[in-house]
Design a protein around this ligand. Structure first.
Ligand code: CP
Length: 526
């Protein structure tokens, strides 16, 4: 499959590079102009026009816009549209996501659009069904489009938001100043903006949310990594006290259905802080436009009805644009157009960083003696510098994990000692006299469990080999790993059979491949 877009999935917005998204917007603009022209020949070029091309909607959470706009997009394409009825499906008999979608792909369906409470479902299915395609020798693999997964991301909403911002920027990509207002904690549409807004060259984002609804730190950091200027404000009132006010405001509703009792008790006060009031109108810069992914609550709308007829209403056009970007996305994944794309393509992250450092032992004293208690070790292994700097209790607990995961039961012991550099700092040491040298796979596993440690292979009373272990760029296929996010598809409570998978960030933390939850290296161990 050499087509730049055919058979690809969109689990998060970053699955399309900024060049690829700019291409989506160019095609969407062409489609919009073709539809406005009413010229059937121009419009026809955007249709799949294949009644056997299977598009499947699986909505496990409520939706109006996303579901109906994809449905309208499928009708535009004159393709075969199906919808799984979740209330009466075999999900209710405990069937896994993987089994369910293998069945639906087996009926020759090519594109799946999924909304779920669980996070990371599309990434998991993209990987699992690629394997299915290979096993069955298929010339194609199904595409998975994330139509919103829990609090994680909503990438196709991001596409239509960016497209509408661009329309209002007269197609100028050079800069944007946008205020994100509302429930930034649960709002998946604003989380997708942490990467999505980088389609613009220069980005200023103002985050307006009360303390308990603040944007999770991971996304704020991601915005900064992307070079955005980020400011935070607790309420609209506080935001309007200063003079540098955005000309684009993006509102999100408080997601009461995802909040716990502690937050729900404060719902009236929180709403007030993120609801636009009539008296604020005169404080807005000229030409300000408001956006909202919708729905808004009819009793307590953060964008009250008096705003509807005003020129600042951008949300109605934004919603209509949803069908257009989704027509284009489906056409690209179907391989209908996109062959003329030039620019940076999305690539799998390389896994080349070497994290097992071999230390030269030849210039060391011929006999560096490790001893276990009173007995010097002649043959065996010693794992040193474990959790240097942690408390004695933390180090003991972690050594217990290392022994359990690597199966280092048997003769030997575990010590908490002080570091040579500083008598104030503790470190852990595991001695295993007589233990065979660890295999390469075990050494990689050890690095994943305890980066920063050293492994010494002792032979004839001296250190024969020594390895300094660093944090691996990825951790997976190791028993004992677990994502701490209970909504993640890989969390063991969901019994979906998903192998947890973590990727190291530039800051040294580990983030989950499926749900993007950030972990310290210790937190990834069950
Ligand atoms: N914007 C959006 O996702 O709306 P729906 O929940 O109605 O699909």
């Amino acid at each position: 499959m050499n087509h730049p877009f055919a058979g690809r999935s969109m689990a998060v917005i970053n699955d399309f590079t900024r060049d690829e998204r700019r291409y989506v917007f160019t095609k969407t603009r062409e489609l919009k102009e073709a539809l406005e022209s009413g010229d059937p020949a121009r419009i026809e070029r955007f249709r799949i026009s294949d009644p056997d091309f299977g598009i499947y909607e699986v909505f496990l959470e409520d939706s109006t816009r996303t579901k109906e706009s994809f449905k309208n997009a499928a009708h535009f394409h004159r393709a075969k549209l199906s919808a799984l009825s979740s209330e009466s499906s075999s999900f209710n008999k405990g069937e896994s996501y993987k089994d369910t979608f293998i069945n639906l792909a087996g009926y020759d369906n090519r594109i799946f659009i999924i909304r779920s409470k669980l996070e990371g479902v599309c990434r998991w299915l993209e990987n699992a069904l690629s394997d299915y395609s290979r096993r069955h020798g298929l010339s194609w693999k199904p595409s998975f489009i994330n139509a919103g997964d829990g609090r994680h991301e909503h990438p196709t909403q991001e596409l239509l938001d960016e497209f509408t911002f661009l329309e209002d920027n007269s197609w100028d990509y050079s800069s944007i100043h946008v205020a994100l207002v509302g429930d930034l904690y649960h709002g998946r549409t604003v989380h997708s903006k942490a990467d999505g807004l980088n389609v613009f060259d220069s980005v200023q984002v103002d985050l307006i949310a009360p303390d308990v609804l603040e944007m999770p730190d991971y996304y704020v950091q991601q915005m900064r990594r992307n070079g955005f200027t980020v400011r935070t404000f607790p309420s609209i009132e506080a935001y309007l006290q200063q003079s540098h006010i955005a000309d684009k405001w993006y509102f999100t509703r408080p997601q009461l259905e995802r909040m716990g009792d502690r937050v729900l008790k404060r719902k009236d006060e929180l709403r007030e802080m993120i609801t636009f009031q009539h008296r604020f109108l005169s404080m807005l810069p000229e030409g300000t436009i408001f956006y909202h992914p919708l729905p808004r609550n009819k009793e307590n709308a953060e964008l009250p009805g008096f705003l509807d007829p005003l020129p600042l209403n951008g949300w109605e056009r934004q919603s209509a644009n949803g069908r257009l970007v989704r027509i284009i996305l489906v056409g690209l994944l179907a391989g209908l157009f996109g062959e003329d794309f030039s620019g940076k393509q999305h690539q799998e992250m390389p896994d080349v960083e070497d994290y097992i450092e071999t230390v030269n032992t030849s210039d060391r004293p011929a006999v560096k003696r490790y001893s276990e208690g009173v007995h010097p070790i002649d043959e065996g292994i010693v794992i040193d510098h474990i959790c240097r700097g942690d408390t004695a209790q933390e180090i003991r607990e972690h050594m217990g994990k290392i022994v359990s995961i690597l199966g280092l039961h048997g003769k030997g012991g575990e010590w908490v000692s002080t570091s040579q550099e500083s008598r104030e700092k503790f470190k852990g040491i595991i001695f295993r006299p007589g233990h065979r040298p660890l295999s390469e796979k075990e050494i990689r596993q050890l690095a994943a469990i305890t980066p920063g440690s050293t492994l010494n292979i002792i032979s004839a009373g001296a250190v024969k080999e020594k390895f300094r272990l660093h944090t691996p760029p990825r951790m997976y296929k190791i028993s004992g790993l677990s994502c701490k996010n209970e909504l993640c598809i890989s969390h063991p409570d969901h019994h979906e059979g998903v192998d947890p998978h973590f990727i190291k960030t530039d800051e040294g933390t580990m983030h989950c491949l499926y749900c993007d939850e950030s972990h310290t290296f210790k937190e990834v161990w069950r």
